[in-house]
Structure formats: structure tokens, C-alpha cells
Design a protein around this ligand. Sequence first.
Ligand SMILES: [Zn+2]
Length: 294
Amino acid sequence: MVAKPKDLSQNRALKIVKKASDEGYAVPALCCYNVESIIAGVRAAEAKNSPVIIQLFPWAVTYADGLLVHAAAEAADNAKVPVAVHMDHAQTPEIVKRAADLGGFDGIMVDMSHYEKEENFAKTRELVKYCNDRGIITEAEPGRIEGGEDGVGDTADFALQGLLTSPEQAEEFVSLGIHWLAPAFGNVHGNYGPKGPQLDYDRLRAIQKQVGDRVQLVLHGASGKWFFDELYDKVISCGMAKCNINDAMNDHFINVLKEKAGKAPLTTLIEEGTLAMQKAIERHMDYMGSTGKA
Ligand SMILES: [Zn+2]
């Protein structure tokens, strides 16, 4: 594994997303659950000459005891285009530290959003330093993005209402030393309901105006059912430089399994499932404008 640079300005995750922010596009951040999705992500990035971020949830660390993280880091090290590895929604101090100590992550989302404000702040500050000392940058979520994802604790489990991010809150979080900020502006994890996303663009623009010169904004909740060219253009014009995708890629793998399980050899299921994810990721590189930006 390539050693992490002590100088955070040389961190590959930071460089990838900073360039996207400066040049007005976004980088797909892929929520990977298996080695097939990691392979699909790197193949898509190389085919489209695009940068990409491989994301793993804490589930991936505990399930495979770090093995998937090391696979992702090796794939990133060997890729012909810029690839970085990030942990999404690390929700306890223990998992943040365990992930940081594994050595494969370039970035970690320190998600203490389910703690009350004071505790959230104190924990985030301490963990940002812990990560930075190991050459790792951090993402945080002021406010609270509602809903849950496979492999992440649903914020509803903590019996708290979703809270939208204010520019003041964004400012407070930036003062903790984070590099990426995930605002809550009406975006949710999972299902948007029949009306689709009801996004507060004025709020997002106000946040961008307040802190966009010091951190990059990142999007959670880009549902594969609603987010295509138009919606990506809109959020990117408000400063989004990394957009997480989950069902938009993983559903294509599941569909191949559903269709072919029991009718084709396992190797065929794996190869066709990987290719279906690769094609879906490539489409998202076009939607987000990262194609050709490696
Ligand atoms: Zn998220």
C-alpha cells in the first residue's frame, strides 16, 4: 500500500475533489459492498478517463475484517487514473479510529450527527485530528440527513428528527478542520416518495457562499431513481463536487443476479454483474461531468 502523505494538500482524495470543485464538475463516490463493485469502479474510471472515489461503509470493515479496504487501496494504487478510498458514515469514535489505523483510507466521514451538538463538536474535533495525524482527510455532516442506507445505522434509530444545515452551522463545522462538508438541504438517504427530491437550493447556495472557499461540498442521497443530468447540473452549479451513488450502481448488480441466478454459471453472474455496474458508473461520470477529467 502506498504510504499516506503527511502533507494533507497532497492527499489524493482531497486533490481529486478539489480539482472537481475548481473546474465545476463532480466526482462519483461509489458505495461499494463487494470486490466486484471496486473492480467496476476502477474499470469505469479508466474507460472514461475519469477520477473516482471508492467508498466503503463501516459494515465493509467489520464484515471482511479490513480485507475489502485493502483490496480497494490496492486497486486505487494500481489504477491508471486518480482513484481514492473513503469511508462513508463512520458513526462511532471506535470505528473512525479502527478505519484510520487500517491504513487504506484516504478520507473518512466522521459522522457524529446522531449526538447532541456539544458532544458532536467535541468528538468531531478530536477525530479530525486523529485522522489528519495519519494523513487522512475528513468529511462531516452538519445538520442531519434523514433516512438510512444498507450497512449504515438509520438516523431514525436515534429517535431524532432530520435537521437542515444552516450557513452558521456549516461555518462552525469548518472551524473543526474538516475538508468536505455534507449539507442537509432536503436530501435524504433512500426513498424520496412520489414527489421526488424537494431540495432547498437557496439554502445550498447560502452554504456555498459561506464556506465554499475553504471546503468542498459533497452530496448524499443521489437516488438512482431521480438523479440524472438535470439534477446533477443543478447541485453541481451550487458547489457539489462529490456525489455519492449507491442504488444507482448496486441495483444493476442485483438485477443481473435476479435474472440469471440458477440459469448461468457463477463466473458469468459475477462478470455480467460487474459489467452492468461499470456501465451504470460510466453514465454517472457523464452526468456529473467527470468524464475526461482524470
Ligand atoms: Zn450518506
